[in-house]
Design a protein around this ligand. Structure first.
Ligand code: TYD
Length: 206
């Protein structure tokens, strides 16, 4: 049996991690088999790559290197975790997936959506999400909170202009590849954001 693949996308600090925990509670209550994972990371190799990418010391990292590292971590993620779980019939939730690379590296870093898509396609093995929940929120609002409270990692420390480009990139991508994308209004309360997410999840599960 084939499982379902659900990804969460959005600007930094859009509340995905909080909601994914609450979705886990919901799935546990329903007794449906699932796993939760994240990008970059999700596997031991991927977590090592994540540490390199997000390290504030790596100021010299080229945009192409960054894009290739994300794509490499993703390919390992698919090979080691996502495909096996889907083949076992599980529901897979991933905090970020390929749309993040298209928005952050393709548009944010200016590498071009098509170029970033082509390096990712090599490792994707035709895996495409059955549902993409896009957490829609003004990136400037959320970043202010995150960088003030925690200092922020290498990507979070990029200026507002970068994160504005990423957001606009997401908007462009959602128009270009609307397949399976559902927008979630992430300005609302946690409870409302969770409810909106569950409505969409139930549509593809039941
Ligand atoms: P993380 O701490 O997981 O941020 P968030 O909770 O906002 O998802 O850090 C991941 C960072 O990496 C985040 O700034 C988005 C960025 N990113 C890319 O630039 N490209 C990618 O392909 C992925 C998966 C993430």
């Amino acid at each position: 049996m084939k499982g379902k693949f659900i990804t969460l996308e959005g600007p930094d600090g859009s509340g995905k991690s909080t909601i994914i925990e609450l979705i886990s509670d919901y799935m546990n209550k329903k007794g449906i088999e699932f796993i939760v994972t994240r990008e970059p990371g999700g596997t031991p190799i991927g977590e090592e790559i994540r540490a390199i990418i997000l390290d504030n010391a790596n100021v010299n990292m080229g945009a192409e290197t960054e894009a290739l590292l994300y794509a490499a971590a993703r390919s390992q993620h698919i090979h080691e975790k996502i495909l096996p779980a889907l083949n076992e019939g599980k529901i897979v939730f991933s905090d970020r997936f390929v749309l993040s690379s298209l928005a952050y590296q393709g548009v944010g870093r200016g590498l071009g959506i098509e170029k970033v898509k082509s390096i990712n396609d090599f490792g994707l093995r035709d895996v495409y999400p059955d549902l993409i929940l896009f957490f829609d929120i003004d990136p400037e609002l959320t970043l202010k909170r995150k960088t003030i409270s925690m200092g922020g990692d290498r990507l979070e420390q990029e200026g507002n202009e970068f994160h504005r480009r990423v957001y606009d990139g997401y908007m462009e991508l959602i128009k270009k590849y609307p397949q399976n994308v559902k927008k979630i209004d992430a300005n609302k309360s946690v409870e409302e954001v969770l409810n909106q997410s569950i409505v969409e999840i139930e549509k593809i599960l039941f």
